[in-house]
Design a protein around this ligand. Structure first.
Ligand code: ADP
Length: 302
């Protein structure tokens, strides 16, 4: 079983002709409200594929929190770990102009109140999970407590997004650490060694440099170029699937969820990443984040 520990947000989206400058008011389209947040996205992506999935997260006692609970349940996620209260549900306020450029303000809200004590109280969920997947839209100390609370033999997967320097015990637990180019650069810069400068320009080089920081394995996602899987033994390229990309929002979350689930089910890293690349490709063929995530049958069809 997969446990996702992470964020749940309401994405509030307004289309505008032009994004407002300081002091300016502009009129926009009708408001669209979408369930989002990397944790909620990953849980929905995995459940839609058929994974037995639970989400440990925190939402507010408000309409956005109810939307998130409803969409988790509708996708088949066990919502027992979705805690309610303490602050308003996290929100992303998004304005998007006709060229697709956006401006985003995030209020973490209840995500910032998901505490180490909440992780300790969810020990039953952690003990029942073969694989635990986290991101960084919740407090770092909560991620640290998650690593400390893993069941013996269970696997920890981390997408460090938004990226920031990581404690050694978190890096050491990752199997894999899943990064895109930007995240790789921030993690590699964290010890003052100059990021990817001096590491080499190729994703293979970043993957080896990241492995040297402690993770048992590393996966680098490369958008339309696919991905790369690196362990102490080998570095393997995973080709992408060629599709007509409509909207890449949430592709990384779908990829990570699929990879974590397949690894927990015993697939090799290369097999799991090849499947995850198909899931990511399917997700970019439709608009939106959670709305775009494929079922297993839809993955087979890409
Ligand atoms: P992130 O959103 O974290 O930057 P990516 O954009 O690299 O993640 O996407 C994650 C994965 O989804 C990629 O590794 C790839 O397998 C798949 N993917 C993303 N964009 C495309 C695309 N345009 N065509 C095919 N596959 C894609």
């Amino acid at each position: 079983d997969l446990l996702v520990v992470g964020s749940a947000n309401a994405d509030l989206v307004i289309g505008v002709e032009r994004r407002p400058a300081a002091g300016e008011t502009v009129l926009g389209s009708d408001l669209a409200v979408h369930p989002g947040g990397k944790g909620a996205n990953q849980a929905v992506a995995a459940a839609r594929l058929g994974a037995r999935t639970a989400l440990l997260a925190r939402v507010g006692d408000d309409a956005h929190g109810r939307l998130l609970l409803d969409t988790q349940r509708a996708a088949g996620v066990d919502p027992v770990g979705v805690l309610v209260g303490g602050a308003p549900t996290g929100v992303a306020l998004i304005t998007v102009d006709p060229s697709g450029d956006n401006s985003i303000v995030v209020s973490p809200g209840a995500n910032g109140r998901l505490t180490p004590a909440d992780v300790r109280a969810a020990s039953g969920l952690l003990q029942a999970s073969r694989v635990v997947s986290a991101q960084l839209e919740i407090p770092l100390e909560t991620v640290v407590e998650t690593v400390r609370s893993l069941a013996p033999g269970s696997r920890f997967v981390l997408n460090p997004s938004p990226p920031r320097p990581l404690p050694q015990e978190v890096l050491d637990a990752c199997d894999p650490l899943i990064v895109n180019e930007h995240e790789a650069k921030v993690i590699l810069a964290a010890d003052g060694a100059g990021g990817t400068d001096g590491v080499g320009g190729e994703p293979e080089d970043w993957a080896r440099a990241l492995l040297a920081r402690g993770p048992r394995s590393v996966v680098v996602t490369l958008g339309a170029e696919g991905a790369l899987v690196a362990s102490a033994e080998e570095v393997v390229r995973v080709p992408s699937v060629t599709v007509d990309a409509v909207d890449t929002t949430g592709a990384g979350d779908a990829f990570t969820a699929a990879l974590a689930w397949k690894l927990g089910a015993g697939a090799s890293p290369a097999e799991a990443a090849a499947y995850a690349a198909r899931v990511g490709a399917a997700a970019v063929t439709r608009p939106g984040a959670q709305e775009s995530f494929p079922t297993a049958a839809e993955v087979a069809a890409v």
